[in-house]
Write a protein that binds this ligand. Structure first.
Ligand code: VG1
Ligand code: CO
Length: 565
């Protein structure tokens, strides 16, 4: 093939957010839009690392001097599987990947009128760090040409095999491989599949998994049905679809409606006997929601409970945990476990990229975010199916002696026992989606300005609710990476209360239009007699304070959030 240099001019706003670049499909299909971003990515990499979108990236890779490209069959790979493939896969010529493009807008709706996304992951399998994404963004502003092998024939990505083509600098290979095998192999090396299989075959145990028509479906059948013996009928929406069947592939109580109803958590509660365990994934299968029979496990509790049980229940961790970490807005449930077990603990900004450095340095084994992301150092992305296998492992371990018995230890039992031991962090997140970007900025600026006077803050707090404790600290979260010393500023506005409660305000970095304000609300309850309350009820006073403090309605014109998780 020949390398063509195609002249181009910059597009505004190609700044990667919390997890890559996300825009409406109609933005991405403008001529040169995708190419500019891909070229800017190649230009940000050091020379030695160097369906339509897939074919464009293959041709641009060839032209930019890449020697071999791996593509999952039919273009399907989950985000965690990509991370695993970068780390584990060895080509027939002994080569390994130095990075990957991942084409996904994650949990956002898809299809021609919805969203598309692209992100770049590095040699360690994790998202590009800020130093690289900043450089990519600079490149998008000054780009004048991109390189592409226009005469390279399209590669048939439905057939497994290697295609080799001669280029100016030697041979270029495209290898199409089975999307699931590397990932399945990795999961089998982490968990005790035999034990999980016994749990799933116990007549007392019932199971349900909803892929929301995302890519998790490509793994669910292989792992849950073929490997672990679950019934095929326990899989919901497990056929991957480009537009997610018109749904919103976000595994939470609002969008995973079918699963929520099946688990006995829906408004009508029509299910007679819901399954013992249910879970869902997002579009790219890095998120997870864990449910018990008529019971919701908050993601913040989930990571804490996994950490508390990992050494006993999961073979991969049997020699101990190196440390644990959570994102700043995630509840402090994990902190309490870390203290109890005397583990290293880290609090990082939102987004998975910050966990990778800790893991590469051997400081962190398990981490999670309140946004339904949970994972470990087996890869450098959050991992939806891993989280389900972790929970199944804990259930299998707790029921080991009792799988034939009358009553199994349930998800709810495990969570309630955890609260009784460690206390409970009541937690909720309010999202105000697609608000006017200027209004969102003004609200944030207003809060930052207010932070200069604790006195004034407390006057407003007490004016709203006299039963809420005092704010003792108010700041913007700033993170200094303990490994490379890099500093990330303005990572969320925090109000910390005397009794350990917290309010956090952030602007989303993954939206494709307008702005999304996220408000995170948390309250710690240590008294075991008070850990069983309804969480919206328990948090009502803090919510009231948060809305008054931020003048939410005044700034945004919204009297209620779009989504509550
Ligand atoms: C959101 C979540 C964050 C998560 C990110 C990517 O980011 O809050 O915790 O890491 O999405 O998840 P933001 O900036 O919109 O709050 V995914 O599954 O979209 O890769
Ligand atoms: Co995702």
């Amino acid at each position: 093939f020949k390398v063509s240099k195609v002249p181009t001019t910059p597009f505004d706003g190609q700044k990667p957010g919390t997890s890559g670049l996300r825009k409406k499909v109609k933005v991405f299909i403008q001529p040169h839009y995708l190419q500019n971003f891909v070229q800017s990515t190649f230009n940000a990499l050091t020379p030695e690392k160097v369906r339509d979108a897939i074919q464009i990236i293959i041709k641009m890779s060839a032209a930019n001097g890449v020697r071999r490209v791996w593509v999952g069959q039919n273009g399907l790979l989950s985000t965690p599987a990509v991370s695993a493939v970068i780390r584990e896969r060895v080509g027939v010529d002994g080569s390994k990947a130095t990075g990957a493009f991942i084409l996904t807008a994650s949990h956002n709706p898809g299809g021609p009128h919805e969203d598309f996304g692209i992100k770049y992951n590095m040699e360690n399998g994790g998202p590009a760090p800020e130093a690289i994404t900043d450089e990519m963004f600079e490149n998008t502003k000054t780009i004048t040409e991109y390189l592409i092998a226009e005469d390279l024939p399209n590669v048939d990505i439905s057939a497994i095999g290697v295609t080799s083509i001669g280029g100016p600098e030697g041979q270029f290979d495209v290898e199409v491989f089975d999307s699931a095998s590397d990932y399945v192999k990795l999961m089998k090396s982490i968990f005790d599949f035999e034990l999980i299989r016994k749990l799933l075959s116990s007549p007392k145990f019932t199971f349900c998994y909803d892929a929301l028509h995302g890519v998790a479906g490509a793994y669910a059948n292989r792992i849950f049905v073929e490997e672990l013996g679950a019934q095929e009928s326990s899989l919901l929406n497990c056929i991957p679809k480009e537009d997610f069947g018109g749904g919103h592939p976000d595994p939470n109580l609002t969008y995973a409606k079918e699963l929520v109803a099946r688990m006995g958590l829906g408004k009508s509660n029509s299910e007679v006997d819901p399954p013992e365990f249910g879970a869902a994934a997002d579009g790219d299968a890095d998120r997870n929601m864990i449910l018990g029979k008529s019971f919701f496990v908050t993601p913040s509790d989930s990571v804490a409970i996994i950490a508390a049980n990992a050494v006993d229940a999961i073979p991969y961790f049997s020699s101990g945990l190196k440390g644990v970490a959570r994102s700043m807005p995630t509840s402090a449930a994990l902190d309490v476990v870390a203290k109890h077990l005397n583990l290293k603990f880290f609090e990082v900004p939102t987004g998975w990229k910050f966990f990778g450095n800790l893991m590469d340095a051997g400081l962190c084994s398990i981490c999670g975010e309140e946004s339904f992301g949970t994972g470990s150092d087996h890869i450098r992305e959050k991992d939806g199916i891993w989280a389900v296998l972790a929970w199944l492992s804990i259930l299998a371990y707790k029921n080991k002696e009792n799988l034939g018995g009358d009553k199994l230890v349930t998800v709810e039992d495990i969570v309630r026992k955890h609260w009784a031991t460690y206390g409970r962090h009541y937690y909720t997140r309010y999202d105000y989606e697609n608000v006017d970007a200027g209004a969102a900025k003004d609200l944030m600026a207003y809060l930052v300005k207010m932070q200069s006077s604790l006195n004034e803050i407390n006057i407003i707090v007490k004016g709203a609710r006299s039963d809420v404790s005092n704010v003792v600290n108010a700041d913007e979260f700033e993170y200094k990476d303990p490994v490379d010393g890099s500093v990330s500023k303005h990572q969320g506005i925090r109000f910390l209360f005397e009794d350990g409660s917290r309010l956090v305000f952030r602007l989303s970095g993954t939206g494709s239009e307008g702005a999304t304000i996220r408000l995170y609300i948390e309250q710690y309850e240590k008294d075991p007699s008070k850990t069983g309350r309804d969480s919206q009820e328990a948090l009502a006073p803090l919510v009231e304070v948060a809305l008054k403090l931020s003048k939410m309605q005044e700034f945004t014109g919204r009297s209620a959030p779009t989504v509550i998780t």
